[in-house]
Design a protein around this ligand. Structure first.
Ligand code: DC
Length: 201
């Protein structure tokens, strides 16, 4: 069976948690596509060459989740040639046998416009910044809440403002706003949507 769940949204909205939970619930494979851009960004050198040569091994680095890797990713992700070099890998993953969940920024709009289920997970920038800040240690974090909010806003502006594959919901995406919804409730809603679509096959 081939079945694709596309999950898009801004940083720290909860899409990774939802993607992992949906994949685990249905036994689908999961690809966090942000890791591809992070691996390219952190590799240094020519980003287009790095994107073309990317292997699964590059996704195993343990520094990919750092703030620096996120920043570097957001920069290289604005380069059309980098994005193009990563399309085939993502599409092959999406159509693998047994079902797949991909989370990112352009999965429902560009990579898998025919995905069986499209979700757009979002939350206000203040709430996302607070989550990031608490994850980093809250009052003990190296950065203040205001600094984290500033980073969230500038990353959003870059991801939404770029000319190639900007972050936006597909017209047929289901919007899950986790400002008002707990992550658990959002996971439940996502699972219900996928189950409903699977039952129509
Ligand atoms: O989801 P993340 O924080 O790991 O993503 C890091 C950066 O990569 C993000 O700022 C935008 C970019 N990205 C993208 O442009 N397209 C994707 N499908 C995934 C991530």
């Amino acid at each position: 069976m081939r079945f694709t769940v596309a999950i898009d949204g801004p940083a720290a909205a909860g899409k990774g948690t939802i993607a992992r939970a949906v994949a685990a619930h249905f036994g689908f494979a999961h690809l966090d596509t942000g890791l591809l851009y992070r691996a390219v960004g952190i590799k240094g050198g020519d980003p287009v060459a790095a994107a073309r040569a990317l292997t699964l091994n590059d996704l195993q680095r343990d520094d990919l989740r750092s703030l620096a890797a996120g920043e570097a990713a957001s920069r290289v992700a604005a380069l059309p040639e980098v994005r193009r070099a990563l399309v085939a890998f993502q599409r092959e993953f999406a159509r693998r046998e047994g079902g797949a969940v991909l989370d990112g920024r352009d999965i429902g709009t560009v990579i898998c416009p025919a995905a069986e289920v499209k979700l757009f997970v979002t939350a206000s920038s203040e709430i996302r910044a607070r989550r990031r800040w608490l994850e980093a240690g809250g009052a003990a974090a190296p950065e203040s809440l205001e600094e984290v909010l500033e980073q969230v806003r500038s990353r959003d502006a870059r991801d939404m403002g770029r000319a190639d594959a900007p972050l936006r919901p597909a017209t047929d995406a289901i919007i899950l706003d986790t400002s008002e919804l707990s992550i658990e409730a959002a996971v439940r809603r996502a699972i219900e949507r996928v189950a409903a679509r699977l039952s129509r096959r």
